[in-house]
Ligand binder design. Structure first.
Ligand SMILES: [Zn+2]
Length: 111
């Protein structure tokens, strides 16, 4: 009895959002080593953050890549989050016209 059951190796896909080094390098020279937003020059004190322009972390294509300083990236994600939260505008605010404190008991009118 040969019971070879080869476990199908699960592909461990990295869910990490990462642009390839090639893309980042290209983008870096395109932005001439500066933050794409505030134009601060990247240095040892200004951290480079790879940002997904369209917010889709799984889209690691070249056009979706931009390099921001940590500060701008922070602002961007904060803005995105608050916009997402704002997305649902208070649609239906049910005004209850029914007043439960009103007595609904009808007393015999005493004919
Ligand atoms: Zn910046």
């Amino acid at each position: 009895m040969v019971g070879f059951s080869l476990g199908i190796p699960r592909e461990i896909k990295q869910r990490r959002s990462n642009f390839s080094k090639k893309i980042v390098d290209k983008q870096f020279s395109k932005q001439t080593g500066k933050c794409n937003h505030c134009r601060i020059k990247f240095s040892s004190t200004v951290q480079i953050v790879k940002d997904h322009k369209n917010g889709d972390n799984s889209d690691n294509s070249e056009k979706n890549c931009q390099l921001l300083c940590a500060n701008c990236h922070d602002n961007k994600s904060r803005k995105e989050n608050s916009e997402r939260a704002k997305g649902k505008k208070g649609k239906s605010r049910n005004n209850h016209l029914f007043d439960p404190s009103e007595p609904t008991e009808f007393k015999g009118l005493g004919f």
